[in-house]
Design a protein around this ligand. Structure first.
Ligand code: GCU
Length: 718
């Protein structure tokens, strides 16, 4: 009997240790399954040595012990002497670093980069992981583990790596009620009720995951902010999180509600030029820094979608941002001021409004202000041209805002790998300082030599066991961090790494799944918004297609405003004959889109109202091309399904089945998008679906009748 229980216990332990529920993300340290490499690693690594101690290096030590013991399946000893097979972790605080690493490399890695080198000390073979700072060394340790996880040869290591962008940030749109605006993966991971006394293990694992990809800042709460987060009770809770994050090099930011002086300060105004208001924010900043000495600063959404802001008092965005910047300056805090603004009162194309608002303010922001601009001018669509404020505000530190949560990209049920979307934007040339004025250079500050730079992404994290709902959505969190660290990495490189760390190094799996990931973004564009269509999803919740919708309170919340389909054609004329939004770009950029005959077809309907029978580059009419794109999108999802089916048995059943079920939903929804859009646009084109393509099996009325009152992602502003 005893024996039986022992066996059961062992089986359970093995099961629990290897439960592939996705919780471990890419930080999986299972034994290396390539015996030759395993031998190489075992020969090279037996000890770890840390030249000094600190909370950050303690975190690094724990990660290294866990990681190395798991990957190598052998005991790793912590030593104070340097033996053969030692991994030595050093920083600029340890004088030995100068005999090991060249000054040149130490200069290159600046504050938080790292060097990893194979060395010989006193005839002993060692591996040195070096950073100027503790956090640099921690990043180096994570990178070293990545080399083993992805099964690289480590015999002659010589890695020098430093981040291209300083502030690498996740923005959570989490409410104090724990609902998450545009969140599709459970509730917020911040358990405000239990904080500050109960420290969920998730907080540490979240910090580990972020540090492993170089993320060093997080905004905890929704940009549609509740001022309560700035009260003492909540600051104490925030401080508890800051204590967990600090060793991992992560600074906390808070979304600040502009009217907080009224709501929690008892003042009658929030006018940024009012002395009492200025005083209130100064005192509030002092209070925050008492609790959180390394507080990052404020993230602010003002005068946008109903949020209060300086314009309520006839002041500018610069007045508002600078007032907060002054309050934080003494503490080296930063204001991240969002440029996502558009107004109901003006009749202007929504595309143009943020530029019109911010361009005149260029050069008027304090040094500790970053203006955060979404990648595109409308709102995180499957494909957008880049926002004209990139390159448009040379005297301002402009920061990137991407979206990981899939508000417009199939929620957490569609497999879509977003690195190609991010890269498309970062690699775009603004031409604002001549050829080669890439967005990546605007964002990393190098184009105009700005001292502060940043890249943020709206998080896709919730309290679902696997953090992001879809197992593949983890790849977007991962890819964002990796690109913020180094925007020169390719989408394929990042996917390759992520697959190996998250699933397996088995080559056929890596190759096929990478292929799937790399086509997934174009696939979703095809079945949702091909050829430059945009913002044609369900009203408010943004779930599914609703190109017919035309009842929103604001014109520019209606799909019909964006696609402008009529009997003559489809698309938004943004050339000089239309809204002339193109004039906001540099002439070279404009030229690429101005002419309907030469415009890149991926963006055609962003900039032109195109006749239904317009001849496309393929030789097809616009209508036929639109149909082919929608059908190709669905076909690609079916290809993804069969590709995935072939992966059965290579990875664990748990995640295999999960992805399989999600792909079934994705296929259904892709067909729904295709049919609904084709049937609706057909009422204008009056043309048939080309022969040979399967005909929609439901009517337009059916699709129009679908209602989703409980679609996720629109929690209250609490
Ligand atoms: C989108 C999104 C909102 C969000 C807003 C923002 O409009 O639908 O939920 O608040 O972006 O970025 O502020």
């Amino acid at each position: 009997m005893k024996k039986y229980f022992l066996l059961l216990y062992c089986c359970l332990t093995v099961y629990i240790l290897h439960a592939e529920d996705g919780y471990r993300l890419w930080l999986r340290y299972d034994k290396v399954d390539n015996s030759k490499l395993l031998q190489q690693y075992r020969n090279a690594i037996s000890y770890i040595q840390f030249a000094h101690a600190s909370p950050t290096l303690a975190a690094a030590k724990e990660e290294m012990i866990d990681g190395l013991q798991g990957l190598l399946d052998k005991k790793i000893l912590v030593q104070n002497s340097t033996e053969n097979g030692t991994v030595l972790v050093v920083t600029a605080a340890d004088s030995i670093i100068y005999s090991l690493i060249s000054r040149d490399d130490l200069d290159k890695i600046a504050i938080d980069g790292f060097v990893i080198e194979t060395k010989k000390i006193n005839q002993k073979n060692i591996i040195v992981i070096a950073g100027n700072t503790d956090i640099g060394a921690l990043y180096g340790c994570f990178h070293f583990l990545r080399l083993l996880q992805t099964q690289q040869n480590i015999q002659q290591l010589s890695v020098v790596s430093a981040p291209t962008v300083q502030l690498r940030m996740l923005d959570h749109w989490d409410n104090l009620t724990r609902t998450v605006e545009r969140g599709y993966t459970g509730m917020s991971i911040w358990n405000w009720q239990k904080l500050p006394d109960y420290i969920d293990k998730r907080y540490t694992d979240y910090a580990r995951a972020n540090a492993s990809i170089g993320i060093n800042a997080v905004a905890l709460n929704n940009v549609n902010a509740n001022a309560t987060i700035l009260t003492k009770d909540y600051l104490i809770k925030v401080a508890a999180l800051a204590n967990v994050f600090r060793p991992y090099g992560i600074k906390i930011f808070l979304s600040a509600r502009f009217s907080a002086p009224i709501e929690i300060g008892g003042l009658k105004t929030a006018d940024p030029l009012d002395a009492q208001v200025q005083q209130w924010w100064k005192k509030k900043a002092d209070e925050i820094y008492q609790y959180i000495p390394d507080f990052g600063g404020f993230l602010v959404k003002a005068n946008s979608e109903g949020q209060p802001g300086p314009q309520n008092y006839n002041r500018t965005h610069a007045d508002g941002a600078n007032m907060l910047a002054d309050a934080l300056a003494l503490h080296n805090g930063i204001v991240i001021w969002r440029a996502f603004v558009y107004s109901n009162e003006t009749n202007e194309d929504r595309f143009k409004q943020a530029y019109n608002e911010f361009k005149p303010l260029d050069g008027k922001f304090r040094n500790n202000v970053l203006v955060q601009v979404k990648n595109g001018p409308i709102d995180f669509q499957p494909r957008e041209p880049f926002h004209p404020l990139f390159g448009g505000m040379p005297q301002t530190q402009v920061m990137m805002e991407f979206q990981l949560t899939q508000e417009y990209l199939g929620f957490a049920t569609h497999l879509v790998y977003l690195a190609p979307l991010f890269k498309e934007c970062l690699d775009a040339d603004t031409y604002t300082k001549g050829k080669g004025s890439y967005i990546s250079k605007v964002v990393d500050g190098s184009l105009e030599n700005h001292p502060v730079s940043g890249m943020a992404a709206v998080a896709n994290i919730g309290n679902d066991i696997n953090w992001t709902g879809h197992p593949f959505a983890q790849a977007n969190w991962y890819a964002f961090g990796r690109l913020a660290w180094n925007h020169n990495l390719t989408s394929a490189q990042i996917a390759d790494e992520w697959i190996r760390k998250t699933f397996t190094n088995t080559q056929p799996f890596v190759n096929k799944v990478k292929e799937m990931m790399l086509v997934s973004r174009e696939t979703i564009v095809d079945y949702m918004t091909p050829l430059g269509l945009h913002h044609i999803m369900g009203y408010s919740h943004h779930y599914g297609p609703a190109p017919w919708y035309n009842s929103a309170a604001r014109a520019d919340w209606n799909p019909t405003y964006f696609h402008k389909a009529d009997s003559a054609g489809i698309g938004f004329d943004r050339t000089a004959t239309g809204s002339n939004a193109l004039s906001q770009y540099a002439p070279e950029m404009r030229k690429q889109f101005d002419d309907i005959n030469t415009c890149n077809e991926n963006y055609l309907l962003w900039f032109h109202h195109v006749p239904w029978n317009f001849k496309m580059k393929s030789g097809r009419s616009l209508w036929n091309e639109l149909c082919y794109k929608y059908y190709a999108g669905v076909d690609s999802v079916r290809w993804m399904q069969s590709t995935w089916d072939n992966m059965k048995g290579i990875i664990d059943d748990e995640r295999f089945k999960e992805v399989k079920m999600l792909l079934t939903i994705q296929e259904k929804e892709a067909v729904w998008w295709r049919n609904a859009c084709i049937l609706y646009f057909q009422t204008f084109s009056k043309m048939p679906v080309p022969k040979g393509l399967e005909q929609p099996d439901n009517s337009l009325e059916y699709y129009e009748s679908l209602q989703f009152p409980y679609a996720p992602g629109i929690g209250g502003n609490q």
